[in-house]
Design a binder for this molecule. Structure first.
Ligand code: NAP
Length: 490
């Protein structure tokens, strides 16, 4: 088929990943009248991060009614902050209700996407192939576990696993459990496990600021009211959204803002008021500004770490030995279970898949310094290829579901240019992308993430990789594509 004949016609769309963003994409594409859609999902089930993270205590620290698709409210959330298994069940429910499952091919990992003669040639791990007019990568952000480079890790003789690969066959009750890391994950695990185990050792390399929250359960009467009066949910979403934007999203982008100072004061007071023992309090006191690392929300971490079963180990890890963790003070912490709450490689996105764009542009080479994309969703020379929750988006600023909904609606507007025959190929222009990135890097310097701590937000040059502007600016940018920022090939 010659290029001129290709459009307008019914395009074939490949979505990569059946997590929150992939499910959303299918629903919105169908709503827009696309019907040749397939989702490739490398795992055996859907759910993305909520399928993979099943560690004890897992919950979402975005209020549940906000961490919900706008078009599918859920009156049945049990708590203000929902536990992980409820969230996974919610995505399964939505996928079923909107008939997404027949679109998904499970156990199907895309390894290669090559743009050739106007279309994407895709190869899967089992060697099978497909061809797509558009590729939408909904591959998640915090997805590739970061295994720590600690001497002797493989020598540990008992159970050892990463939090995103929790081995539920391993008994925990009355065991000696050690956890490496003090990020959001480790803090949730701590609260959930301390009372169940014989001893609990939390290996802290860097202390964390903790923002206190309350997580009340919704009563059956409340849930019944949500069912009868869905406008109550809409009202709550609005309130939560305002709160999240005013108190956090718009604070973190300006390290000198009064809202940022308020966060710091709250975290400081939480530490002072919640930890009795002065020595433990000092060990738990971070020496960087609150929210420089992703802020942690917890209602009971300080209580948990003061439990008689718990020990906060700050001596630093020398090496792992067959029986446990040897710290730099020479002590061996003997363990039955060693948990790696050591986070994720946050700069991978669609990789390790090989992505080759127009004229042989290789994504790995294009992203050799740092992952860059125009508005986090389009890359120059990678036409008809879009990302959800791609690089430099507002990950961690506000609800990822909201972000994905904005992005899908934006991408649909770009697809429409092609479906309507205005062009055959569309991707961000090199100049708009360079300008966007220059501005982003400059703005990021003002953010709290750049105030002198190490975190997964920072790229290898120490530049925060998150959206450094307000929620309002994101919403405004996402309203409609500015076509002058795109290269349209007809
Ligand atoms: P993380 O925030 O990256 O924390 C990793 C932890 O492991 C840090 O304390 C780090 O110490 C430690 N670590 C890494 N390598 C180490 C080594 N070689 N030796 C000793 N310690 C080491 O990872 P995470 O806790 O999994 O959280 C990642 C993100 O996921 C969060 O920031 C959040 O955005 C998201 N999350 C959200 C929720 C939620 O409620 N919504 C829950 C869990 C996770 P250093 O600080 O010293 O580097």
């Amino acid at each position: 088929m010659g290029k001129q004949e290709q459009f307008p016609r019914n395009p074939r769309i490949v979505v990569i990943g059946a997590g929150m963003a992939g499910i959303l994409t299918v629903i919105k594409l169908e709503e827009a009248g696309y019907d040749d859609i397939i989702v490739y999902e490398k795992a055996a089930t859907l759910g993305g991060t909520w399928r993979e993270n099943t560690y004890p205590g897992i919950a979402c620290d975005v209020p549940a009614h906000l961490y919900t698709y706008s078009f599918e409210p859920n009156p049945d959330w049990s708590h203000v902050f929902a536990p992980g298994d409820e969230i996974q069940a919610y995505f399964e429910h939505v996928a079923k209700k909107y008939n997404v499952l027949p679109r998904v091919r499970f156990n199907a990992e895309i390894t290669d996407c090559v743009f050739n003669d106007g279309r994407w040639q895709l190869t899967l791990a089992d060697g099978s192939r497909d061809v797509a007019d558009f590729v939408i990568a909904a591959t998640g952000v915090l997805h590739h576990p970061n295994y720590p480079d600690i001497e002797g890790l493989d020598s540990f003789e008992r159970a050892c696993f990463h939090t995103a690969r929790w081995d539920h066959s391993v008994p925990l009750d009355d065991q000696r459990v050690g956890v490496i890391g003090t990020g959001s994950t480790a803090i949730q695990v701590t609260s959930a496990l301390v009372e169940r185990v014989a001893s609990y050792s939390l290996f802290q390399r860097t202390a964390q600021w903790i923002m206190p929250i309350e997580n009340p359960a919704y009563s059956e009467q409340e849930r019944e009211r949500f069912r009868r009066e869905p406008e109550l949910i809409a009202h709550m979403r609005k309130e939560f959204n305002h709160m999240a934007i005013d108190t956090l999203a718009n604070a973190v982008i300006d390290a000198d803002s009064p809202a940022m100072q308020k966060i710091e004061q709250t975290c400081r007071e939480n530490l002072e008021n919640s930890v009795q023992d002065a020595e433990l309090r000092e060990k738990l006191r971070p020496h960087y500004r609150a929210a420089c690392k992703r802020i942690i929300f917890s209602e009971d971490f300080y209580r948990a770490i003061q439990h008689p079963n718990a020990e906060l180990v700050t001596a630093g890890i020398e090496r792992i030995e067959p029986a446990g963790v040897r710290t730099r003070d020479g002590r061996l912490h003997e363990l039955d279970v060693l948990v790696l709450a050591t986070g994720f490689k946050a700069d991978r996105f669609i990789r390790p898949a090989r992505v080759i764009g127009r004229g042989g542009a290789d994504l790995d080479a294009v992203w050799a310094d740092r992952p860059i994309a125009y508005l986090s969703l389009s890359i120059p020379e990678f036409p008809n290829f879009f990302m959800l929750n791609g690089p430099n988006g507002p990950v961690g600023n506000f609800s990822l579901i909201q972000i994905a909904e904005f992005q899908v609606s934006y991408i649909l507007q770009l697809l429409e240019k092609i479906r309507s025959g205005q062009c055959r190929e569309i991707s961000a222009s090199a100049s708009a992308t360079a300008e966007f990135d220059r501005e982003r890097v400059a703005a990021a310097k003002k953010s709290i993430w750049a105030t002198g701590c190490k975190s997964w937000y920072l790229d290898k040059f120490g530049v925060p990789a998150s959206w450094p502007w307000t929620y309002a600016r994101f919403a405004e940018e996402m309203e409609a594509p500015r076509l002058e920022a795109f290269e349209l090939v007809s």
